[in-house]
Design a protein. Structure first.
Length: 340
C-alpha cells in the first residue's frame, strides 16, 4: 500500500498541513523540520497523488533524456545500454514516458510545455537553458556544480583506486592508464583522478590517451609497450580500449597476465569471454537508472525538495587478466567490494 501524506506527517512528527506547505515551498518552516519531512518522504517512498497533481499543474507524464550527439562520448560512460534500459523501466514503473531528445528538440518541447522533467549529462547541460525552477537531474558529477544541481554518478574515482590497489597487491609495478583521457569529458577526469591518487609515492603516473576507438588504443599501446621501460600493468578506461590493448599485446608477443596485467572499466558481456577474461570495474547501471528517475520524480512532485547528490560505489570483478600469482582464483568473478 502506498504511503500517504498522513504517514509522512506521523513519521516526521508534524501535522499533515505542515508537510503540505513544505512540499509546496510556501512556508518558512525551520530547516530541522524540513529535513525530517524530506527524510520521511524518502524513507516511505512517498509520491503525491499523481492524478490530482496532474490536473492541478498540467502534468503530462513526459520526461526527456537529453543526448548531445555532437559532444557526447559514444564509447562507454553514462549512456551504457543497461543504464538507458533501467531509466526507461523505472519511468514506466512510475507511469511516465521517457523520450530521448537532442538539445534542439528539447527547446521545442519546452516551448510547447509538454515536459515534466529532464535528465541530462553535465556536457549536454552546457547547451541547454532550462526555465528557472524546472525539474532536472544531471547524469554525471559536474566539475563546478550549481547550488541547485541534483546529480547522480558512478564513483569512477573510487573504481580507479580499487583497480590500481588490486594491481599493486598482485605485485605489478609501473601501472599505466590507457584510454579516452584526451577528450576532456568529466567522467574520464574522475577515472584519472582516482588513478593518480592510488599510485604509491615514487611511481609516476603514465597516461596514454586515445580517441576512444580500439584502433587508436592498439596503436598507442604498441608504442608504449615498445618503450624500454614498458608498463607492467594497465588500467583501461573502457572495454574498447582494452580490446585494442589485447591486440597490441598479441602484436608484441607479450603475455597476459604474466608480462602485463589488465583491469578495465565496464563489465560488458564481451569482457568475460575475451582471452584471457578481463578483470573489470563493474558500474551499477540498474541502480543508476532507478535512482536517477526517483530523484527527478521527487523534484517534479515536491518542488521544495533540496538538491541531492549521489555517488554509486562500483565493485571489482577479478578475472584472469590481473592475477599474477601462479595459483588462479577458483572464483574468476569474485567481487571485491573494497580494497584488495
Amino acid at each position: 500500500m502506498s504511503a500517504t501524506l498522513e504517514d509522512v506527517a506521523r513519521a516526521a512528527g508534524v501535522h499533515a498541513s505542515t508537510v503540505s506547505r513544505v512540499l509546496s515551498g510556501k512556508t518558512s518552516t525551520r530547516q530541522e523540520t524540513r529535513e525530517r519531512i524530506f527524510a520521511a518522504i524518502r524513507r516511505l517512498d512517498y509520491h503525491p497523488n499523481s492524478n490530482a497533481r496532474s490536473l492541478a499543474g498540467g502534468r503530462t507524464g513526459l520526461l526527456a533524456l537529453v543526448l548531445n550527439l555532437n559532444n557526447e562520448d559514444p564509447y562507454g560512460g553514462i549512456f551504457e545500454s543497461d543504464s538507458q534500459f533501467y531509466l526507461q523501466k523505472e519511468a514506466m514503473r512510475r507511469h511516465c514516458y521517457l523520450t530521448l531528445v537532442t538539445p534542439e528538440a528539447l527547446h521545442d518541447l519546452m516551448k510547447e510545455q509538454r515536459l515534466d522533467g529532464v535528465l541530462l549529462t553535465p556536457e549536454a547541460a552546457k547547451d541547454v537553458k532550462l526555465p528557472e525552477n524546472f525539474p532536472y537531474v544531471l547524469l554525471g558529477q559536474p566539475n563546478h556544480p550549481k547550488p541547485c544541481d541534483s546529480w547522480i554518478d558512478n564513483d569512477l574515482s573510487l573504481g580507479a583506486q580499487m583497480a590500481v590497489d588490486h594491481l599493486l597487491n598482485q605485485n605489478y609495478a609501473a601501472i599505466s592508464f590507457l584510454g579516452v583521457s584526451c577528450c576532456g569529458a568529466e567522467k574520464h577526469q574522475r577515472q584519472l583522478e582516482g588513478y593518480r591518487l592510488a599510485l604509491p609515492l615514487g611511481m609516476p603516473p603514465r597516461i596514454f590517451p586515445t580517441d576512444g576507438t580500439p584502433q587508436s588504443a592498439r596503436q598507442v599501446a604498441r608504442a608504449c609497450l615498445g618503450e624500454l621501460e614498458r608498463p607492467h600493468a594497465i588500467l583501461c578506461s573502457d572495454n574498447l580500449s582494452a580490446c585494442g590493448l589485447l591486440q597490441a599485446l598479441q602484436d608484441t608477443w607479450l603475455r597476459v597476465p604474466e608480462d602485463v596485467g589488465i583491469v578495465t572499466f565496464h563489465n560488458r558481456p564481451m569482457a568475460e569471454y575475451l582471452s584471457p577474461p578481463l578483470s573489470v570495474i563493474h558500474l551499477d547501471g540498474e541502480r543508476l537508472g532507478v535512482e536517477a528517475v526517483r530523484m527527478l520524480m521527487e523534484r517534479i512532485n515536491c518542488p521544495a525538495m533540496p538538491p541531492e547528490r549521489l555517488l554509486i560505489p562500483p565493485r571489482l570483478a577479478v578475472r584472469e587478466s590481473s592475477i599474477l600469482s601462479k595459483e588462479r582464483s577458483p572464483f574468476p568473478d569474485a567481487d571485491w567490494n573494497g580494497w584488495g
